[in-house]
Design a protein around this ligand. Structure first.
Ligand code: COA
Length: 415
């Protein structure tokens, strides 16, 4: 069976996490992704957080599946010529260097256009144009400047970053959409274009509901679904909402049986309005179904703390999985807090290819997250990440270099 992006060639000039996330997705959709790395060293993550001596780290292997690796010294004049040949052959150049690095290498947008006017040049940067555009940015910086940290955590504590890599992987995902959109537009215009996904913008896009709340706060001075209501105070900016749910269906994380020794014996519980009567019945507070202080969503808002405490008295008598089973029977939305260990062992995630076991020639078997986006006509087979420079000769030959030329370039240190 063919793949959605069969025939698309990507010059993958990415490193660390944000860019590689993007090109890995494109590879899973069938693009030929040629990762250009610095000879001898490669993507810095190959050796970061290493758990098997001498083997590429999980950090690298889990972000670079289905790619080919070539090593080119792009600061060497002859290496530059090899890169030029690649630019002429590829459809998209993806990079996430620090601002200005590609220009300093001599590959400005104008130069790339001269070499290949159909080339799409896609970049992740920390910030878009403005006062901070020259700054280097990593994940947690993006979470802080994109509004996630100021709105995450509890009201009486400091800002908190989330474990989900919304700055890096989130922005890579945004960039991938920009690239396929530009490829689509190119089918009509014949021209390439620049695609920029700034990490601050990507995080802010994922924090859209918090900018919504900022405006609600300014208008009304209070947000009734936040835990600060009715007893706490609201300031000028959206406060941290703890575990409250973002929308109009109040939720909270509640203890389950075993919470004293298991840090993940908890469940997320949502008091969805349409199933309120069922909730009352399940927790044994049938009278709340009709009591004027509890029967309507508005009446419940100032009493959420008390209500969740009562629901928790019930959830503490069940394991998180027992609670989920019972609640699901009644259509009550909830979610057990799954540990990474439980997720790694989850049979259904393995069946769908979301968790995949991959064989690597140096490190052996490891688990990875497969393609989370499933296309019925373009299935994903996850293959291992490339060794450093594993495909240099193969790609050079495809570019038309002879055996002798390849050897000479290697001797010159260009590849
Ligand atoms: N041959 C020769 N030189 C190469 C090369 C190659 N194949 N590949 C990269 N280089 C050079 C670059 O030209 C650059 O040189 P310069 O500084 O002389 O211009 C240098 O390697 C390092 O690139 P840089 O991106 O500055 O790496 P860094 O380790 O200093 O910074 C980041 C890392 C992530 C902070 C930075 O790349 C960045 O801000 N990227 C954009 C935002 C981003 O993606 N952040 C999230 C990362 S998960």
């Amino acid at each position: 069976m063919g793949k959605a992006l069969d025939g698309v060639r990507i010059l993958d000039f990415t490193h660390v996490q944000s860019g590689p996330t993007c090109t890995q997705l494109l590879a899973w959709f069938g693009a030929d992704v040629i990762k250009v790395e610095r000879a001898g060293a490669g993507d810095i993550t190959r050796e970061q957080l290493r758990d098997v001596p001498g083997a590429d780290s999980l950090y690298f292997t889990m972000l670079n599946h289905n790619k080919r690796s070539v090593t080119i010294d792009t600061k060497n004049p002859e290496g530059k010529l090899v890169l030029e040949a690649l630019i002429q052959k590829c459809d998209v150049l993806v990079e996430n260097f620090a601002p200005g690095a590609l220009d300093r290498m001599g590959f400005t947008w104008e130069r790339i256009q001269e070499l290949n006017p159909r080339m799409i040049v896609a970049s992740v940067k920390g910030f878009g144009p403005g006062p901070y555009e020259d700054c280097k940015v990593y994940e947690n910086v993006a979470q802080c400047v994109g509004g996630a940290a100021s709105t995450t955590g509890f009201d009486d504590g400091p800002p908190v970053v989330t474990g989900a890599q919304i700055g890096d992987s989130g922005t890579g995902l945004h960039l991938a959409l920009g690239i396929v959109t530009a490829l689509y537009q190119r089918t009509m215009t014949g021209r390439g274009q620049k695609v920029l996904a700034a990490m601050q913008d990507g995080v802010l896009n994922l924090c859209r509901v918090k900018l919504r709340d900022q405006q609600r706060l300014e208008r009304t001075g209070v947000m009734k679904e936040y835990p600060q209501y009715p007893n706490g105070t609201f300031g000028e900016a959206v406060p941290r909402a703890g575990n409250a749910s973002g929308g109009g269906q109040p939720g909270w994380i509640l203890k389950c049986k075993g919470w004293e020794h298991d840090p993940n014996a908890y469940i997320y519980f949502i008091t969805q309005a349409p199933v309120w009567v069922k909730i009352c019945n399940v927790i044994g507070r049938e009278e709340w179904a009709t009591h004027p202080d509890y029967a309507t969503p508005d009446a419940r808002l100032p009493r959420l703390k008390e209500i969740f405490a009562e629901v928790e008295r019930w959830t503490m008598t069940k394991t998180k999985f027992e609670a989920m089973e019972i609640l699901n029977e009644h259509d009550i939305p909830c979610g057990p807090i799954l540990s990474m260990k439980e997720i790694a062992d989850d049979e259904s995630l393995r069946k769908t290819g979301t968790i995949v076991e991959v064989e690597h020639p140096v490190r052996g078997k490891y688990l990875t997250v497969g393609n989370p986006i499933k296309l019925s006509d373009s299935p994903t087979e996850v293959t291992r990440s490339p060794l450093l420079g594993e495909h240099t000769d193969e790609v050079m030959a495809e570019l038309g270099y002879s055996r002798e030329q390849i050897d000479a370039l290697r001797t010159a240190g260009a590849i």
